[in-house]
Design a binder for this molecule. Structure first.
Ligand code: AMP
Ligand code: ZN
Ligand code: FE
Ligand code: FE
Length: 285
């Protein structure tokens, strides 16, 4: 089902395929009237998205999605309502961008050592102006016939544990939260299922820790989870008095199965309720 809002989207300022302006245009055409731009580790697409929002009548929320140092799974924290010009936010995001730039040539080396013919220039050519990510490597490898789709490239080469995987420095949780709060924003745990914890008791413990650290919400409804997982996290978020948010993680052609505004079937929360609870928290922080 498609809803009239989406709080988790990527443009080509990170690894989405649409420019920020075209993403907002697509939102308007799709009936998505509130859109948060949450590019990986950057806010560089936000001002274009805000301008487009005024043009197309879409309410654009300035955001980002920060990768956190965590195991066993993947922890991403979304920041919303950020002051993009905040110096601490900029410094923290620059740290991560540098780590990414240092990592990418190492992935090329690993791929070359595996006999894969690829250069960083080829990867940069399919990326946007600012940021090269693993999905861009995947695009080139699919084109060259090393795999039939993005997922197969990740499984064969790029996923954590695969032979061309190369870790990059990530921010610790407390630093990411401090950056978000320092820039006037609120921190929300994205797609909880990717933490890969064993059961709901472990989630209860971990989310308790996140809450103590300043995370105020959980992206309960998202495209990584099936409907029953969505409903299980909904129950847990309510029990733990966390703000319930929803987002698709739209990437355009990079993730062709994910549609804007689609993150579940039964979503018993409206965008007005979400924004109201976020604004209440912002006043308190
Ligand atoms: P990067 O930030 O460059 O490390 O790339 C992260 C992106 O790669 C995320 O947006 C995911 O969409 C994608 N990704 C990471 N792990 C996987 C995986 N195991 N399978 C498919 N896509 C993945
Ligand atoms: Zn992405
Ligand atoms: Fe994510
Ligand atoms: Fe994302």
């Amino acid at each position: 089902m498609q809803f009239n809002f989406d709080l988790h989207t990527h443009s080509n300022a990170s690894d989405g395929s649409f420019t920020p302006g075209d993403l907002v245009k697509l939102a308007a055409e799709s009936g998505v009237t509130t859109l948060a731009l949450t590019d990986h580790d950057t806010v560089s697409g936000v001002s274009e998205a805000l301008d487009a929002g005024k043009h197309y009548g879409v309410k654009v929320i300035p955001g980002t999605e920060i990768s956190i140092d965590f195991s066993p799974g993947t922890m991403h924290i979304c920041g919303y309502y950020l002051d993009m010009d905040n110096p601490e936010l900029q410094a923290g995001l620059n740290f991560v961008q540098t780590a990414r730039r240092n990592r990418n040539p190492r992935i090329v080396e690993k791929l070359n050592a595996l006999g894969v013919d690829i250069t960083l220039e080829e990867v940069k050519a399919v990326a946007g102006p600012d940021q090269v990510g693993r999905p861009h490597f995947a695009k080139v490898l699919v084109r060259k016939g090393y795999a039939k789709n993005t997922q197969e490239v990740f499984d064969k080469y790029l996923a954590k544990g695969a032979p061309a995987y190369m870790d990059k420095a990530r921010l610790p949780l407390d630093r990411a939260i401090a950056m978000i709060q320092g820039a006037g924003g609120v921190a929300v745990l994205a797609h909880p299922v990717t933490l890969r914890l064993a059961d709901m008791d472990e989630y209860r413990g971990k989310i308790g820790e996140l809450k103590d650290a300043g995370v105020v919400g959980i992206e309960v409804f998202n495209s990584y989870q099936n409907e029953s997982e969505n409903q299980a996290f909904f129950k847990l978020a309510k029990e733990m008095d966390m703000i319930i948010t929803a987002g698709s993680d739209f990437h355009g052609d990079t993730k062709p199965n994910v549609k804007l505004g689609c993150f579940g079937e039964n979503v018993p929360v409206t965008i007005d309720e979400i924004i109201e609870s976020i604004q209440l928290k912002r006043k308190k922080v």
